[in-house]
Design a protein around this ligand. Structure first.
Ligand code: MG
Length: 156
C-alpha cells in the first residue's frame, strides 16, 4: 500500500505600510506589505505548515519562534527549506500542492505563473503539480490583510 500523507496550512497576515509584499517568494507591486517578524510571506508560511502537518511535525510557530532574532526580516524560504528537509529525512516527496490566496487587492492572477515557477524551482517539482488560486473576500472579514491556505499531498 502507498504511504500517503495530507497536510493543511493556513496563515493570515495584516497589511503594513513601508514593507514589500512578498508571496511565494515573488515580489508583488502593492502599497502595503505583510506585517510579521519575518518577511511576512504568508503563502510560504501556509505551504511550510502544510508540509510540517503532513509529516506530523511541530508547526511553523513552534519551530521558528517569532521572538527569535535570527528570523527578524528573514526570507520565509528558510522555513520552507527546513520543512522540505524534515520531509525528505522521513522519506517523503510532494505529490502536489494546492494553494488559495484570499484577498481583494492586489489582484493575484497576474502573478500566479511567476509564483508557480518560483515554487517549482525552489521545491523541485514540476509546475503542473502546483496550483495557485486567487479569491476575493466577497465582503467577508476586514479588508486589512490577506489569508493563504494550502493543501499538500505527500507520498513515501
Ligand atoms: Mg505567518
Amino acid at each position: 500500500m502507498m504511504d500517503l500523507r495530507i497536510g493543511l496550512g493556513f496563515d493570515s497576515h495584516e497589511f503594513e505600510a513601508g514593507k514589500k509584499l512578498i508571496l511565494g517568494g515573488v515580489e508583488i507591486k502593492y502599497e502595503y506589505g505583510l506585517k510579521g517578524h519575518s518577511d511576512g510571506d504568508a503563502l510560504l508560511h501556509a505551504i511550510t505548515d502544510a508540509i510540517l502537518g503532513a509529516i506530523g511535525e511541530k508547526d511553523i510557530g513552534e519551530i521558528f519562534k517569532d521572538t527569535d532574532p535570527r528570523w527578524k526580516n528573514a526570507p520565509s524560504s528558510i522555513f520552507l527549506k527546513e520543512a522540505l528537509e524534515l520531509m525528505k529525512d522521513k522519506g517523503f516527496k510532494i505529490v502536489n500542492l494546492d494553494c488559495t490566496i484570499i484577498v481583494d487587492k492586489p489582484k493575484i492572477a497576474p502573478y500566479k505563473d511567476e509564483i508557480k515557477k518560483n515554487l517549482s524551482q525552489f521545491i523541485g517539482i514540476s509546475k503542473d503539480r502546483i496550483s495557485i488560486k486567487g479569491k476575493r473576500r466577497e465582503g467577508f472579514c476586514k479588508d486589512n490583510g490577506l489569508i493563504c491556505m494550502c493543501v499538500v499531498l505527500l507520498v513515501k
